[in-house]
Design a protein around this ligand. Structure first.
Ligand SMILES: O=C1O[C@H](COP(=O)(O)O)[C@@H](O)[C@H](O)[C@H]1O
Length: 223
């Protein structure tokens, strides 16, 4: 685990690491795809990354997961992304939609999946983790947990879980594991403890963050 002296140092270093990996991808190929988490942790990292001197017009940005709420909701990860990463130099990036209006996630699953599938594989993926060891929106006890962990899972699945107040849409294990550069961005003692629990967990179903750990992700943490 990479430990940083402060949360600010963590966020600044993460932005530099991700920008460097995107730059390398852009040197080798016409487009690069970045996936980033939502939630309460990544805003300073995303804001710092927005000023990186990259050819952002060749970068596709998507979320790792989204709550099924409109962008007007302060629980919208899409809203977070627009207010942090998709400004400054990074305003030129292409955002791959993770939300469309509908009565249920199933109503828009096909259309969203088509857009996401075109942008895969992920060149750089940054994951968050909840204190319950969920990552993206793959929660312990979720209704489609087994399906999301399957090696032949579709790229995107709807997800409902006891710990999640609204339905979700999430990238699945095979997409996350196949990322060319995979990171976990966490802060706080509770997350360090959760990570220790995950490492000792009997199964990925019990601790979905094991998707990333077992795929060799680099964990970045500050107290
Ligand atoms: O609900 C979510 O939770 C996780 C962790 O979020 P945090 O607030 O504890 O940082 C996040 O990675 C995920 O993208 C988000 O939808």
């Amino acid at each position: 685990m990479n430990r940083y002296d402060s949360r600010q140092a963590l966020m600044t270093a993460m932005a530099g690491t991700v920008a460097g990996q995107l730059g390398k991808a852009l040197d080798a190929q016409p487009f690069a795809t970045l996936a980033v988490p939502g939630g309460t942790t990544p805003a300073p990292f995303l804001t710092a990354l927005s000023t990186a001197p990259l050819d952002w017009s060749r970068v596709r940005v998507m979320l790792t997961d989204e709550r099924f709420v409109p962008e007007s909701s302060d629980r919208s990860n899409t809203r977070l992304l627009r207010g942090t990463l998709l400004q400054n130099a990074a305003a030129a990036a292409t955002m791959i939609p993770f939300y469309m209006p509908g009565d249920t996630p199933e109503d828009v699953l096909g259309e969203l999946t088509a857009g996401i599938a075109l942008a895969l594989p992920l060149d750089v993926c940054v994951l968050g983790m909840g204190a319950d060891m969920h990552t993206a929106s793959i929660f312990p006890g979720a209704d489609l947990l087994t399906e999301a962990l399957a090696v032949d899972a579709p790229p995107l699945l709807p997800m409902r879980a006891p710990g999640a107040p609204e339905p979700r849409l999430t990238l699945t294990a095979p997409v996350l594991s196949a990322a060319r550069n995979l990171h976990v961005l966490i802060q706080g003692e509770d997350k360090a403890e959760a990570l220790d629990h995950a490492r000792a967990a009997a199964s990925t179903a019990e601790a979905p963050i094991r998707i990333a750990l077992d795929a060799g992700a680099t964990v970045h943490w500050a107290a």
